[in-house]
Design a protein around this ligand. Sequence first.
Ligand code: SF4
Ligand code: F3S
Length: 77
Amino acid sequence: THIITSPCIGTKDQACTEVCPVECIYDAGEMYLIHPDECIDCGACVPACPVSAIFPEEDVPAGEESFIPRNYEFFGT
Ligand code: SF4
Ligand code: F3S
């Protein structure tokens, strides 16, 4: 899956939601989160985000790892 990280908080640009082919990016309050079971890892959302908040799970930067379980737990997966 892909993971949305801290730069989304306070930004919520929503460009990612417009390019995702499977519409698996959901409003989670202070930020958007990606449903891990629905994401097909196409990568389209990565360059679309103006604050570079989205990464493949294996490439989440140091210090942003807490957003991995946050994406999973929000959807109960
Ligand atoms: Fe949607 Fe593709 Fe981004 Fe997954 S990687 S959230 S399928 S745009
Ligand atoms: Fe957030 Fe970037 Fe999408 S700011 S809503 S991850 S385009």
